[in-house]
Design a protein around this ligand. Structure first.
Ligand code: MG
Length: 175
């Protein structure tokens, strides 16, 4: 019997560190810097962890984005936003994503795979952030409607990274 060889990427392009850099670059191209996510995380966590610093929050945000599941969710979501913007998707999916159709729901589900890594506190934090749409998340939501940039997946991704980083901080500092 002929043995199937496992797939091995030729140039190691798929390792987590390389993907981290790629994810960071692509988010920046879509108008989101990790430091902004860290600032928002800091605001949300300051009521629980006294004197928490933005630098500490940034470390947790970076730790979240280093995780493979998180990277895969970000890459998938951003890609769908971009494909919708280029009108390459087919209907009815195109209109649902482009119009940020309220009952579409897959953008939130994809984002849940980010908080999933952090257990139930991650889910609770995501619900809170999703309802409140604070700071950059609300901005992305509005910007999408104003400029034509499709942020249907991106706003939930950012919300989920905030929620995940907040959970990571809670796990570390809670007594
Ligand atoms: Mg959305």
């Amino acid at each position: 019997m002929k043995e199937e060889k496992p797939y091995v990427p030729e140039d190691n392009r798929l390792n987590d560190l390389t993907k981290y850099a790629e994810v960071k670059k692509r988010m920046s191209e879509r108008g989101v810097e990790l430091i902004e996510i860290a600032k928002l995380t800091c605001e949300l966590q300051s009521q629980y962890v006294k004197d928490i610093k933005v630098e500490t929050c940034l470390e947790h945000v970076e730790r979240v984005v280093m995780k493979r599941e998180v990277q895969h969710a970000i890459l998938t979501g951003l890609e769908l936003d971009i494909l919708a913007e280029k009108r390459i998707l087919s209907e009815p999916l195109l209109s649902m994503i482009l119009g940020d159709y309220g009952l579409f729901g897959i953008d939130e589900i994809l984002a849940l795979s980010i908080v999933n890594v952090y257990g139930s506190i991650g889910f609770t934090n995501f619900g809170y952030v999703d309802k409140l749409k604070p700071g950059i998340i609300g901005k992305l939501d509005r910007q999408g409607k104003e400029t034509g940039q499709c942020n249907t997946f991106l706003d939930d991704i950012v919300g989920a990274i905030v929620a995940a980083a907040a959970s990571s901080i809670a796990h570390k500092y809670s007594v």
